[in-house]
Ligand binder design. Structure first.
Ligand SMILES: Nc1ncnc2c1ncn2[C@@H]1O[C@H](COP(=O)(O)OP(=O)(O)O)[C@@H](O)[C@H]1O
Ligand SMILES: Cc1ncsc1CCOP(=O)(O)O
Ligand SMILES: [Mg+2]
Length: 277
């Protein structure tokens, strides 16, 4: 795959989403649920948030792709999440997992551990979360020095490269690691997407919404292209929004506007590096 082919695939994914309005349902946290839905809608997708086991399985049946984010969990998720993941795996649908706050609490750890056999098509998290998931799934041969302290990363994207590659090779899908520069890999290629804004770390939900938008593109594109397209549109919209505002409060609505306004060509030509391994 050449960089020009990647750019052509990004343009195609953006056009497909804008013209078909695909639904990427979510089971996601209660902190950022509204922002996730609004960003999914801004790029041309359709949002539907569910909680219950029968809802998860129904959505797995009718959706083209789905998003599961464990940022806030409830006892019912012990039923909802494994049943939904099993159904998505059985049906061969693309689905995105964001292992928010991995390491905190027994239920979250159990839920993330139980996803392993269902091989999520895209794992999206910050560096610390991606490293912690690779350790939880025993994919790294050195001991864990877990630095997860909540929802924010304490490690750099570069430090998560080995974990991202190990996860991608295990799932056969893609892994998307966010930070100042984002890394996307399918185990055979690595892309680094540039841009964004420091204000994205000053609002809640930049990562969660990146996962939701990744699921929208996963309705129409393969996991690597879907994950990279989402990073590209976020980095472009983040840079453009930052240029127009002074502080995080006004950054958030401006960012949604820029997601909505970004053209397929501009998204594909936002700065990124691409290497084949
Ligand atoms: N300092 C930064 N500069 C540019 N973009 C950033 C910065 N911090 C985060 N982002 C962007 O914000 C989004 C969420 O990333 P991140 O903050 O790592 O996720 P999370 O909220 O899950 O920890 C990504 O699109 C990422 O590129
Ligand atoms: C603050 C918080 N607490 C539990 S989930 C959540 C949202 C995390 O959002 P993001 O990972 O996108 O910053
Ligand atoms: Mg996050």
């Amino acid at each position: 795959m050449k960089k020009e082919e990647v750019q052509a695939a990004i343009i195609e994914a953006v056009h497909q989403v804008k013209s078909t309005n695909p639904m990427a349902p979510s089971i996601t946290n209660t902190v950022t649920i509204n922002f996730v839905a609004n960003t999914q809608i801004a790029v041309g997708g359709s949002a539907a948030m569910v909680y219950m086991p029968d809802e998860g399985k129904t959505m797995a049946n009718i959706a083209q792709a789905m998003y599961i984010n464990v940022g806030t969990i409830f006892p019912i998720y012990e039923e909802t999440l494994p049943q939904t993941a099993a159904k998505l795996h059985e049906l061969g649908k693309n689905w995105v997992v964001d292992p928010v706050a991995i390491g905190i609490g027994e239920l979250r750890t159990k839920l993330l551990n139980d996803f392993k056999p269902y091989k999520p098509s895209i794992i999206r998290g910050n560096a610390s979360e991606v490293i912690a998931l690779a350790h939880l799934w025993h994919l790294l041969d050195h001991p864990s020095e877990s630095k997860v302290r909540g929802v924010d990363s304490t490690e750099s994207v570069d430090q998560a490269t080995e974990a991202a590659l190990a996860l991608a090779l295990y799932t056969g899908g893609a892994v998307s690691v966010s930070g100042k520069t984002d890394l996307v890999t399918d185990g055979h290629h690595i892309a680094h997407s540039h841009g964004g804004s420091s204000f994205m770390g000053k609002i809640t939900g930049a990562g969660c919404s990146l996962g939701g938008v990744t699921a929208v593109y996963a309705c129409v594109a393969d996991p690597f292209i879907a994950a990279l397209t989402a990073c590209q549109v976020f980095n472009l919209a983040g840079s453009r929004a930052e240029a127009k505002v002074k502080a995080p409060g006004s950054f958030q609505p401006q960012f949604i506007d820029e997601l909505y306004l970004a053209s397929a060509e501009d998204i594909a030509h936002n700065s990124f590096d691409f290497v084949t391994l």
